[in-house]
Design a protein around this ligand. Sequence first.
Ligand SMILES: [Zn+2]
Length: 389
Amino acid sequence: MPDAIYTLNDDPEFFSIRYLDHGDPARKSLLASQWQFFSRLDPSTRETYKILVRNTNPISEVIVDHLMPPASPEGRYRVETFVPGKHATTRKAIFTITHNLRPDEQGRTQFEEMLALVDMEMLIDVWVSLGIFYLDPSRHADIGRVRQYDLSREDPPREISFGPVRWVPVVSNFSNETRFDAPVGTPEEREMPFPSGRVMWGSYPVWVGEWLDGNPFLTWYSYGYHTGADLNLPGVSSADKGKPVYAIGNGLVTYAGSAGSWGNIIVIEHPDASVTRPDGQVVRQQVYSRYGHVDEHILVRAGQTVERGQNIGFIGLAAGNTSGWHLHFDISYTDVLKKRPAHWPDMTAVNAVRGSRGSHAYESARASVMRQVIDHYLDPMRFIQDNHG
Ligand SMILES: [Zn+2]
């Protein structure tokens, strides 16, 4: 595994702070005086980093840049920033990652940037992914640049941290046989680097193109902890009605048909994938992908082999529902979906004590539902990110 490339906040060559120029030197010096500095230990690397902090501002006037060292080799990188466990309470830290450049119609250089939104409130001394990008720093000094803004407009203000940035090489040993793509989107969108870490303004993780996840993995809601992703197009509820659904990778269909309140589902067995187990261990093994609420016009049958990118069906509705079009998509690393294609965590214990929310009985029933999800399912966004190549 090649080493990550770091730029730390005391590295003047690659780190800089800018203040939006209002032509008012007093304003600029006030902004510059509002920083706090502190040190924080990274438990994963045992390194201590210098962290910059300020209160969020109703107007964005501060821009912090981390440049990728130009001698860094071309390749695929997971871009990450360190978020400390204190002084980082903003829910809307905005980052842009400059990942490509291309000429526009007039031949002028245009930079392509990806936006990432980070909720810092929940993060404690961790490196958070801002996405995976193919970067060639030899093309321009700004390729790989991570720019952080404060655009939160939070009132009252919260604290926003500006931590170090690193670029972690992503080793790709994927072939056509072992690569996985998103189950929705155009062929071009599914082919692109998987934009994990991108978040739509104010809310949902983006998968490909405009597709977002309206109900991310392990979200607690009335039916339990969500086992996967609910893939939606923005706008009206029927925006994704009838949109094609694709096999995420090569495999064998183990179920295709109706499944009670699910409506229709398809399950595919994939013989070889990279799996990050809940304890962090990475192994290669078989996985199952499930496509829920597809319409009755299913294009595959159980026992049939399919190829990555093959159209297997179309987005439909759960049985009895008349609204809420979306694709429910999940990944299991056990054989539970082979044995029980309609598997869902048992909510009996939770429903029995629903009236006493917050009680010990309720919390322990809820914890057992979470355990049932973690014991069988993977975060599907992380899975596609790890297997997209
Ligand atoms: Zn769902």
